[in-house]
Design a protein around this ligand. Structure first.
Ligand SMILES: Cc1ncc(COP(=O)(O)O)c(C=O)c1O
Length: 429
C-alpha cells in the first residue's frame, strides 16, 4: 500500500484552520439570520453602514479607467499612495518619512500584521498581546510558529455599576514585565483599542516603550483607528527616536475612509523593519489591489482639504453619544470610548430567564454569549460577546459585557435604541 493510501483522512485540515469551536462571527450572524425579529439590527461586526466620502468613491471609479491601475502594483505599493501616506504621517509622526523605505502597502492592516509576524517570528519566539485582543492576531502569530503570551487589561472594579471612561481599563505593569523573558521578540499594542475603546495614555506608552527598549523588543502598534480619537492620541513611535527604530505602526485606509472591503492597509517604520515586512508581503500576496490603492492615495491627498478627519471624528463621537443615551436611560453602565467606534456595555444587571433554551454551542460558552444570543432572539439587536477576545483563563473578566459597533446610520442606531428599551423588563437593579 502506498503511503498516500495509508493515510487515514487525506482531507484532514491543518490544525491552524481546523478550529474546534464555532467562531463568534458565524454564531452571531447565523443567530441573527434565524431571529424572529427581522430585519435584525446588526451592531456586531465593525463594518460601516454607509459609504466612503464622495472624494474617495470618485477616485475609486476614476482609477478603474486608468490602464496601469488595472495591473499589478509594485509589491511595496503604488508610489502615489506611499507618497500620500509619507506626507500624512510625516505630520502625525513628527518626522520626515521616506516613502520608498519607511512605508509599505498591504492587503488590509490584517495582512500587514501577518507579514510583520512572518518577517520576524521564528518557531518558539514569543509575542505579547493584551487581552482583549483583535482575534486575527492569534492565527497571524501562530502561523509562523510564534507562541503568544497574554496580558489582560483590567477593567474598573465597579464596571457593573458605574459608567466609566475606557481609560480605566489598566495595564498591570508588573504583570507585563513578568511576562517578558528571553524568548520574547515582539509586543503588540492596539490604540485606539478594539473592543475597549481605550486610547493608551502617553505615560502608559512611555512605560511600555521603556520595557520594549530594556528587553530589546519589536513593537507592533496597531493604530487602525488612529483618526478616531476623542482624547489626545499618541503614537508610541513618536515618543523618542529610539522607539521609532523598534516600532512598526499599522494603519488601514479601510478604517480611515469607511471602506473596510477595499482591503488597503499599510505599515510605517524604520527601513530595517519595513524591508522585511515588505519581503514577507511579496511572498504572501505579491501586491495589493491596484485601483483601490490609487483611490486611497487620492483620498489621503484630499482628506485634510476636505476637512474630512475632523468631520469623521466628530460624526463618530456623535454616534457614540446618540447610541449610549439608551444605556443611560436603562441604567446599564458602559465603558465610554476614548477612540474608535466600539462601545462595551456592562449587562450584569440583565437577568436571563433561567429556563431559556440556549443551544448547546451557546450554553457552553461564557455568559456574554448567552446575552448576545438573548438580545438577538428577543430584542432584535446583534452585538459581539467580547470573551471571544480572551483566553479561557481570563474570559471571566468580560463575561458581563457586550460590544456594540456604532459605525451605522443614525436611523439604525435609533432603531437599536428602541429595541434595547425592550430589555427593561429583564433588568434587576
Ligand atoms: C484592532 C484592529 N486591527 C486591525 C483590523 C483589520 O483592519 P483591516 O480591515 O485593514 O485589515 C481591525 C478590524 O476590525 C481591528 O479592529
Amino acid at each position: 500500500m502506498s503511503a498516500t493510501a495509508a493515510r487515514e483522512d487525506p482531507f484532514k485540515p491543518a490544525a491552524r484552520v481546523a478550529g474546534q469551536r464555532q467562531d463568534v462571527w458565524s454564531i452571531v450572524n447565523e443567530a441573527a439570520a434565524a431571529s424572529p425579529v427581522q430585519p435584525i439590527v446588526n451592531m456586531g461586526q465593525g463594518f460601516f453602514g454607509y459609504n466612503p466620502p464622495k472624494f474617495a468613491l470618485d477616485a475609486a471609479k476614476e482609477a478603474l479607467d486608468k490602464v496601469d491601475c488595472n495591473q499589478y502594483s509594485p509589491t511595496k505599493g503604488r508610489p502615489r499612495l506611499k507618497k500620500a501616506l509619507a506626507n500624512a504621517y510625516s505630520k502625525s509622526l513628527g518626522r520626515e518619512l521616506d516613502p520608498e523605505t519607511e512605508v509599505s502597502i498591504t492587503t488590509g492592516a490584517n495582512e500587514g500584521m501577518l507579514s510583520a509576524f512572518m518577517a520576524f517570528i521564528e518557531p518558539g519566539d514569543e509575542v505579547i498581546i493584551f487581552e482583549p485582543f483583535f482575534d486575527q492576531y492569534i492565527s497571524n502569530i501562530e502561523m509562523p510558529g510564534g507562541t503568544i503570551r497574554y496580558v489582560p487589561l483590567h477593567p474598573p472594579k465597579d464596571g457593573a455599576t458605574r459608567t466609566s471612561s475606557a481609560a480605566e481599563w489598566k495595564v498591570d505593569f508588573d504583570q507585563l514585565e513578568q511576562t517578558i523573558n528571553p524568548k520574547t521578540k515582539m509586543i503588540v499594542l492596539n490604540t485606539p483599542h478594539n473592543p475597549v475603546g481605550k486610547v493608551f495614555s502617553r505615560e502608559e506608552l512611555q512605560r511600555i516603550g521603556a520595557l520594549a527598549t530594556k528587553h530589546n523588543l519589536i513593537i507592533l502598534s496597531d493604530e487602525v483607528y488612529d483618526r478616531l480619537f476623542y482624547v489626545p492620541f499618541t503614537s508610541i513611535a513618536t515618543l523618542s527616536p529610539e522607539l521609532y527604530e523598534r516600532t512598526l505602526t499599522v494603519g488601514s485606509a479601510g478604517k480611515a475612509f469607511y471602506a473596510t472591503g477595499w482591503r488597503v492597509g499599510y505599515l510605517i517604520g524604520p527601513p530595517h523593519l519595513v524591508k522585511y515586512v515588505a519581503a514577507a508581503h511579496t511572498r504572501i500576496c505579491y501586491s495589493s489591489v491596484s485601483p483601490l490603492q490609487e483611490a486611497s492615495a487620492v483620498a489621503f491627498e484630499k482628506a485634510d482639504g476636505e476637512g474630512f478627519w475632523d468631520q469623521s471624528r466628530n460624526e463618530m463621537r456623535a454616534k457614540v453619544d446618540l447610541f449610549c443615551k439608551v444605556f443611560d436611560e436603562l441604567n446599564i453602565p458602559y465603558s465610554d470610548p476614548e477612540g474608535g467606534y466600539f462601545v462595551l456595555a456592562n449587562m450584569a444587571s440583565v437577568k436571563l430567564p433561567e429556563d431559556y433554551p440556549f443551544p448547546p454551542h451557546v450554553a457552553n460558552r461564557p455568559r456574554d454569549f448567552k446575552l448576545a444570543w438573548f438580545l438577538i432572539k428577543e430584542v432584535g439587536v446583534a452585538a459581539i460577546p467580547p470573551t471571544e477576545f480572551y483566553t479561557d483563563a481570563n474570559a471571566h473578566i468580560a463575561e458581563d459585557y457586550l460590544r456594540f459597533a456604532v459605525c451605522k446610520n443614525d436611523d439604525v442606531l435609533e432603531t437599536a435604541k428602541e429595541r434595547l428599551r425592550g430589555l427593561k423588563k429583564y433588568i434587576t437593579q
